[in-house]
Write a protein that binds this ligand. Structure first.
Ligand SMILES: *Cc1c(COP(=O)(O)O)cnc(C)c1O
Length: 356
């Protein structure tokens, strides 16, 4: 089975398992887990922030950020198809008593400065005011689209001019940095906080990082405790996270595989696929006369998995385990792993063709 449902389906490598087994640990709620401390230092460096904090999930990281940045009753300005708005159970309302106001980020999901100003609400006797602007990079629903540094900076400048802090949901931040050929720290220089996932394209079994200023992270630690996210000997799960950071350098391969997959699928009758910039491939099934759910059911029979992303939209995600099970079963130990990935993509395209 070639599982392209998500880049979260990867399993920890032997090296990650060994790192977990050998991790030096302590009680992280006391700040005494050396492995977590090391991960937090390296993560902060990777995104050019003063400090970072390990969290169990990206969702928790985003939720903590919202809580730290805002006051009860304020508005958060979020993209209309963003993860924080659509897929976090209304957490901004539940955890931080915020109301959300949406902007339409268009093709890459970022607001232009005019949209930031239009969405801004000034605090007065009747209105609680805008407390936060959220960006998403890469933007998942738009198809893993990276938001370029200029757009991030323009949106952040507009928000800051209005006294509004900016948080980036960077679940796939390093996919963005890779695709843009930009340093992640540079991409984030104009914003106040960022969350990125270790457990997606970077391949860790568990965990995300929330980074910002020293003061922001200090307060974030209190909110993490409040949400029940204070973990004890967390070095066991943080150790694979350290290895995951090393996987930043191989993300370009996932992007190349995604382009191959997209080209292969686009050439099939009935499917329409735009060239992806990162590791997410969105497939329009309209012309095939099949809903995403129906085609995916048939794909499953043929040995490929994806996710429904709309009635006539399928999402396929490339990741570092694509082709791994095939490589093991054919015992092609000497084969270059890039070639194995490539074969898996060809196999996936052939399977979708049979399913049509
Ligand atoms: C996956 C994802 C998250 C949340 O990560 P979890 O670790 O699954 O909670 C947040 N934002 C985006 C854009 C994501 O894709």
């Amino acid at each position: 089975m070639i599982d392209l449902r998500s880049d979260t389906v990867t399993k920890p490598s032997e090296e990650m398992r060994a790192a977990a087994a050998d991790a030096e640990v302590g009680d992280d709620v006391y700040g005494e887990d050396p492995t977590v401390n090391e991960l937090e230092r390296r993560a902060a460096d990777a995104v050019g922030r003063d400090a970072a904090m390990y969290v169990p999930t990206g969702t928790m990281g985003n939720q903590i950020a919202a809580r730290v940045h805002t006051d009860r009753g304020q508005e958060a300005l979020v993209e209309r198809e963003s993860h924080v708005y659509k897929y976090e159970l209304g957490g901004f309302a539940q955890h931080s008593q915020l109301q959300v106001r949406t902007y339409d980020g268009g093709a890459n999901g970022a607001p232009n400065p005019e949209q930031v100003r239009a969405g801004f609400v000034e605090e007065d006797l009747h209105r609680a005011g805008t407390g936060l602007l959220c960006l998403e990079n890469t933007h998942n629903v738009k198809g893993g689209v990276p938001v370029p540094a200029d757009d991030v900076a323009a949106a952040a400048r507009a928000a800051h001019d209005l006294g509004v802090p900016v948080h980036v949901d960077g679940a796939r931040l390093f996919n963005a940095a890779t695709a843009l050929d930009t340093d992640a720290a540079e991409l984030l220089a104009p914003v106040d906080s960022v969350m990125f996932c270790l457990s997606k394209g970077l391949g860790a079994p568990v965990g995300s990082m929330l980074a910002g200023s020293e003061a922001f992270v200090e307060e974030a630690r209190r909110v993490r405790k409040l949400m029940g996210g204070g973990m004890r000997q967390a070095g066991i799960v943080a150790a694979p996270g350290l290895q995951a950071l090393e996987n930043r350098d191989r993300l370009h391969r996932d992007h190349e595989r995604a382009k191959e997959l997209a080209a292969g699928l686009d050439a099939l009758d009935g499917l329409s696929v735009a060239e992806p910039a990162t590791n997410i491939v969105l497939v329009d099934t309209t012309d095939a006369g099949l809903t995403a759910a129906t085609l995916l059911e048939r794909c499953e029979q043929e040995g490929v998995r994806g996710s429904t992303f709309g009635e006539y939209t399928i999402r396929f995600c490339t990741h570092l385990d694509v082709g791994k099970s095939e490589a093991l079963s054919s015992q092609s130990e000497s084969a270059d792993s890039d070639d194995v990935d490539g074969e898996a993509i060809e196999t996936a395209v052939a399977a979708v063709e049979c399913a049509l």
